[in-house]
Design a protein around this ligand. Structure first.
Ligand SMILES: NC(=O)c1ccc[n+]([C@@H]2O[C@H](COP(=O)([O-])OP(=O)(O)OC[C@H]3O[C@@H](n4cnc5c(N)ncnc54)[C@H](OP(=O)(O)O)[C@@H]3O)[C@@H](O)[C@H]2O)c1
Length: 278
């Protein structure tokens, strides 16, 4: 077992977010409890869950079992469309905080914009209020496109700390990344290693991995780190937990970074958040 110290990025609200964390979907409560405890033991501090994953109770148990001081943890969760309302967001917070067994949440996200419902700006106002009350340290969104982000800016003047989006070399989201950078929004990558699928077998990835004597997942996670992103790979496997964390002792050269970014298949390859949500 090797304990790794994960670097952080500063969010506009002030808190520091680790650049690598643990994804927990689709772990059950029982699995989450075990994996979160194992992850914290080797240095993970950011844990990503959601109301929709139905594992916040297990995540909370794992956090407590690990015995790490609460102030060192970075707990992220997200709420569903039914809470898109200025006052409803407070109830979403209460539900998640109770299931997790925490009295504050480090980062609370609107899970999907659900534009057909047309209430994500109301939800955003609710999050701003929660931050003012000190119940959440940072606030953000997930699966927001530039047009959704622009509406938040136009109607509230407050930019999210984070936008968590599907992002890996096959869907590298250049426009969203630069929109975020222009407005101080940290971009966090979900499915950072492409769900462990064909990306990790792509010759561009395996070629770099062989040359650097690293695994394909490590090469891809290092690409996220060097782009200034936050990545939250999920694994239920203790060996991979360690593998995914060991990405801070090597570097990709510019040509390798460009070769990985060039694998992008375009926005059509990403889940369309104007169509899908919950
Ligand atoms: N905001 C959103 O709408 C949204 C949507 C999707 C996901 N997420 C979040 O993002 C997290 C990560 O995304 P994801 O789970 O879709 O995809 P991912 O992290 O890219 O990939 C996870 C898959 O890769 C495998 N894997 C993990 N480490 C590996 C390694 N080193 N080598 C080979 N395979 C490996 C895992 O299998 P094993 O478990 O068997 O190792 C799992 O099947 C989720 O868990 C969730 O927290 C958010």
């Amino acid at each position: 077992m090797e304990i790794v110290s994960v670097p952080t990025l500063s969010l506009s609200s002030g808190p520091k977010i680790p650049v690598l964390g643990l994804g927990t979907y689709p772990l059950t409560d029982g699995e989450s409890e075990r994996v979160v405890e194992q992850a914290l033991a080797i240095g993970y501090r950011l844990v990503d869950t959601a109301e929709n994953y139905r594992n916040e109770v297990g995540v909370g148990r794992g956090l407590r079992a690990a015995g790490v001081d609460r102030s060192e943890l970075f707990v992220t969760t997200k709420f569903n469309a039914k809470w898109h309302g200025e006052d409803l967001v407070a109830r979403a917070f209460e539900g998640s905080a109770e299931r997790l067994g925490v009295d504050y949440i480090d980062l609370l996200l609107i899970h999907w914009p659900n534009p057909e419902q047309n209430r994500y700006v109301d939800a955003w106002r609710g999050l701003i209020a929660l931050r003012e009350q000190g119940l959440v340290r940072a606030i953000g969104v997930s699966n927001f496109k530039p047009a959704h982000l622009q509406r938040l800016l136009d109607e509230t003047g407050v930019a999210p700390d984070v936008n968590q989006i599907q992002l890996n070399p096959l869907v590298s989201r250049e426009e969203l990344r630069s929109f975020g950078a222009r407005h101080g929004v940290v971009t966090e990558s979900w499915s950072p290693i492409g769900k462990g699928g064909e990306l990790l077998e792509h010759p561009a990835v395996t070629g770099i991995a062989e040359r650097l004597v690293r695994t394909p997942a490590q090469v891809v996670l290092r690409w996220h780190v060097q782009l200034g992103l936050v990545a939250i790979p999920k694994t239920g496997n203790p060996r991979r937990l360690q593998e995914n964390l060991n990405v801070f002792d090597f570097e990709l050269e510019g040509a390798d970074m460009r070769a990985l970014t060039a694998l992008d298949r375009g926005e059509d390859h990403a889940v369309d958040s104007d169509e899908f949500g919950h």
